[in-house]
Design a protein around this ligand. Structure first.
Ligand code: F6P
Length: 348
């Protein structure tokens, strides 16, 4: 078979581990693999190159993706589906491995229904994809955010400050929750739990009244504040940047600054904000993500080899199993009440 492989959406540590594993396994089974450049755009534009064992040598530990990525949405392009199918034919591709999150796999699911042979691999630092316990990239992002919180602790303590650290997490607060627990944040704010700014300030005041001279607030970029001036129907601030990508997502980032200003005003505690942003996505993947990416990649190549299309590699417990791509998209995996409630034990 001639197999196309692409990486779509935000890049993520571990993508190269997956590419390497798919190519190695597929080549060993007698297939040819072609890398499509910049996600779905590479398919539409027939921008591709053959991947050999040489092309994947030395990439396991590297961040980013050797194929490049984009947020191109096939279904937002004119005749996108027809163009994609024609491109497959013209490139002589029999199957595709799509590595991506909700958006990329959403396109994969639709293309499969339209008759394209697709297999999916779940990727996102946000860990918000359904039908898999973990996505690769999440562990690395959590480690980076945890190290940042550790570092912010010492400077916050030295200067008797509150430091608000904003981490990624558009719809789900997994990174904030895990890094906040691991880093010992004094408050964790996530999109799933709209918060009352006055309660946050009161909790900080109580902590300082107990003799603590500093605090760390860990907030997900998509966290929502309960406020009378709320401009969004679900109670969130509408932030300055309203630029949207082709999947309709607004560029987030900045709630940390707003909250820091509000905390300083309401408590009188000197407050600073740190926005980690794309630092969480860049650089070398953790050992866990290299292993998970490798297992996903090998499994995906085997799915193609067996002709099991419309499926996605998924981690369930300690096993990699196959699920329908369709089951992974549509509904996001958000933070459940139980684990958030556990985390509140350490608030204030
Ligand atoms: O989807 C992963 C993610 O990292 C989100 O947490 C974040 O909102 C978004 O990507 C940022 O993407 P961009 O690369 O478009 O700034």
């Amino acid at each position: 078979m001639r197999i196309g492989i692409l990486t779509g959406g935000g890049d993520c540590p571990g993508l190269n581990a997956v590419i390497r594993a798919v190519v190695k396994r597929a080549v060993l089974k007698g297939h040819e693999v072609y890398g499509l450049k910049k996600g779905w755009r590479g398919l539409l534009n027939k921008d591709y190159e053959k991947l050999t064992l040489d092309s994947i040598s030395g990439i396991l530990h590297k961040g980013g993706t050797i194929l490049g990525s984009s947020r191109t949405n096939v279904y937002k392009e004119e005749n996108g589906e027809a163009v994609a199918k024609r491109s497959m034919e013209e490139m002589g591709l029999d199957a595709l491995v799509a590595i991506g999150g909700e958006d990329t796999l959403g396109v994969a699911s639709k293309l499969y229904k339209a008759g394209v042979n697709v297999v999916g691999v779940p990727k996102t630092i946000d860990n918000d994809l359904n039908a898999t316990d973990y996505t690769f990239g999440f562990d690395t992002a959590v480690n980076i955010a945890t190290e940042a919180i550790d570092r912010l602790h010492t400077t916050a303590e030295s200067h008797n400050r509150v430091i608000v650290v904003e981490v990624m997490g558009r719809h789900a607060g997994w990174i904030a929750l895990h890094s906040g627990i691991a880093g010992g944040a004094d408050i964790i704010l996530i999109p799933e739990k709209p918060f009352d700014i006055e309660e946050v300030c009161q909790s900080l005041k109580n902590r300082h009244a107990r003799g603590k001279s500093f605090s760390i607030v860990c907030i997900a970029e998509g966290a929502k504040i309960k406020t009378e001036e709320a401009t969004d129907k679900d109670g969130s601030f509408v932030l300055s940047s309203l630029k949207k990508d082709s999947f309709g997502h607004v560029a987030l980032g900045g709630i940390g600054n707003i909250i820091a200003e509000e905390i300083e005003k309401r408590t009188g505690f000197e407050t600073r904000a740190t926005i980690l942003g794309h630092i969480q996505r860049g650089g070398t993947p953790s050992a866990f993500d290299r292993v998970l990416g490798t297992r996903f990649g090998v499994f995906a190549a085997d799915l193609v080899d067996k002709g099991e299309f419309g499926k996605m590699a998924s981690l369930q417990g300690k096993d990699i199993v196959s699920v329908n791509i369709e089951d992974a998209v549509g509904v996001l995996k958000t933070v459940d009440d139980e684990i958030y409630e556990m985390a509140t034990t350490f608030f204030g």
